[in-house]
Ligand binder design. Structure first.
Ligand code: COA
Length: 260
């Protein structure tokens, strides 16, 4: 079996952005469990690394990811599916506290689309196609392709994608809020990268809190969410970055964030 380490290219520079490229063209970047686990492990290592402030995930020019590995699915029975380690890996990815920007070109299907929905901002090239094709295989999505997708795009659009198993194009994905922007074919990574560099230059603690609190909209009732937001807002008043951000505004200079 191919070493999963070779299937993800990791590029770390001193601009605060960690760049991951899914790189398994022979399998159209299928997210086999070892590959998914490697993504989660890389993110885990980035969690406590203060030099990393944002992550970009991209794929290949014709495919972001073609879903779970269908060969793995073929081997799995009900006991295997119930004991599957994948839900824990997905939870690890969703729990990553720093922003992730996705750059999507080509196919973004099944678990690929579910990985996209773990990201915080997604940019699509004009030729990108998004789908939850699991019902084509006699199963349903298992990592957010019903639960998260319907919260993002709404019930009926999710029904359309899941019941028919047909892909939607980049413009439709943008109209539905699945991606933020559509750029020219082949330009998604450059745009995602620019957004990630901009985020990496902003107050790190505030950025992490902002991600957590926006994402809380998926889980918390509104009143509880407002209370959680206020708590996080108040907590930030104890940070050096809050003092620095306000001082920099008053002194008409750029802020120098300290991650504190
Ligand atoms: N799991 C495992 N292998 C996959 C795969 C997946 N999800 N998607 C593609 N592959 C493999 C194919 O089996 C094929 O392998 P082979 O060369 O050993 O025969 C290889 O990748 C190329 O696939 P192919 O279908 O010929 O590529 P394509 O460029 O014509 O089409 C896709 C690309 C993504 C449209 C097509 O591969 C596809 O529909 N994949 C399955 C998508 C899916 O149902 N995902 C949900 C899984 S739950």
């Amino acid at each position: 079996m191919t070493d999963p380490q070779t299937l993800i290219l990791v590029n770390r520079q001193d601009d605060g952005v960690l760049r991951l490229t899914l790189n398994n063209p022979d399998k159209r970047n299928a997210l086999a469990t070892p590959v998914l686990a490697l993504i989660a492990d890389i993110l885990d290592s980035a969690r406590d690394d203060t030099a990393i402030r944002c992550v970009v995930i991209s794929g290949l020019p014709k495919v972001f990811a073609a879903g779970a590995d269908i060969n793995e699915l073929a081997q799995k029975d009900v006991v295997g599916a119930l004991a599957d380690v994948r839900p824990a890996i997905w939870a690890q990815i969703r729990a990553f506290p720093k922003p992730i920007v996705a750059a999507i070109e080509g196919w973004c299907l099944g678990a690929g689309n579910e990985l996209l929905m773990c990201c915080d901002i997604a940019i699509a090239g004009a030729g990108a196609k998004f789908g939850q094709p699991e019902t084509n295989l006699g199963i349903i999505p298992g990592a957010g392709g019903t639960a998260t997708l319907s919260r993002i795009v709404g019930r009926m659009a999710a029904m359309h994608m899941v019941l028919l198993g047909q892909p939607i194009d980049a413009t439709t994905a943008q109209q539905l809020g699945l991606v933020l922007e559509v750029v020219g074919e082949g330009e998604a990574l450059a745009r995602a990268d620019a957004i990630a560099v901009a985020i990496a230059g902003r107050a790190p603690v505030a950025v992490r809190q902002a991600k957590a609190l926006v994402n809380a909209a998926f889980d918390l009732p509104h009143t509880a969410h407002l209370a959680a937001e206020r708590q996080a807002f108040s907590a930030l008043f104890g940070t050096a970055d809050k003092r620095e951000g306000i001082a920099a505004f008053m002194e008409k200079r750029n802020a120098e964030w300290t991650n504190g």
